[in-house]
Design a protein around this ligand. Structure first.
Ligand code: HEC
Length: 130
C-alpha cells in the first residue's frame, strides 16, 4: 500500500514538472530596434511582397486573414492591417515587432532586422503600391 502511495506522489511531481516546463513559451522575445534609411524608396513589388511570399503566404490566408499572396496582398491589407504613415495603427507591423510570443509573426521567430526595416520604411513612406 505504501509503495502505491509513493508511486502516486512521484507521478504527481512528474506531472507538475511537465506542466511547469511548458511555460517557457511565455518568455519575452527581444527584437533589436531598427532604424529605417529615409533616403531609399522601398518598392512594394520588389521588396515587401517577396518577404510576404517567403515568410507569410504559406499560412495567410489559409490560417486566417490577411491574404498575403502575391496579387492579393496589397488590396487586402491597405488601410486595414497597414495604415500609411502610421506604424502604431499598422497591426501587421506591430505583429513583426511585438515582444509577446503569442502575437509575433511569423510565429516562433521574428523576421530579420533588414526585413522589418524595409516594412517600417515602406509604411513611413506612405505604403505605396509601387
Ligand atoms: C505558421 C503559420 C503563420 C505564418 C508563417 C504567419 N502567420 Fe500570421 N497568423 C497566423 C495565425 C494562425 C494567425 C491567427 C492568430 C489568432 O487569431 O490568434 C495569424 C494572425 C496574423 C495577423 C492578424 C493579427 C491580429 O491581431 O489581427 C497578421 C496581421 C499576421 N498574422 C501577419 C503575418 C505576417 C506579416 C506574416 C509573415 C511575416 C505571418 N503572419 C506569418 C499564422 C501564421
Amino acid at each position: 500500500m505504501k509503495k502505491i502511495l509513493i508511486l502516486i506522489s512521484k507521478a504527481t511531481v512528474l506531472i507538475l514538472l511537465l506542466s511547469l516546463s511548458s511555460c517557457y513559451y511565455d518568455e519575452e522575445v527581444v527584437i533589436p530596434e531598427v532604424e529605417p534609411d529615409p533616403g531609399v524608396v522601398v518598392s512594394f513589388a520588389n521588396e515587401i511582397q517577396p518577404i510576404f511570399t517567403r515568410e507569410c503566404a504559406f499560412c495567410h490566408p489559409v490560417a486566417g486573414p490577411p491574404d498575403l499572396t502575391e496579387g492579393n496582398s496589397y488590396e487586402d491589407i491597405i488601410n486595414v492591417d497597414i495604415v500609411p504613415f502610421d506604424l502604431d495603427a499598422s497591426v501587421l507591423y506591430q505583429t513583426l515587432i511585438t515582444t509577446d510570443p503569442n502575437e509575433l509573426m511569423p510565429p516562433g521567430g521574428a523576421l530579420s532586422n533588414e526585413d522589418i526595416n524595409l516594412v517600417k520604411s515602406w509604411i513611413e513612406q506612405g505604403a505605396l503600391d509601387n
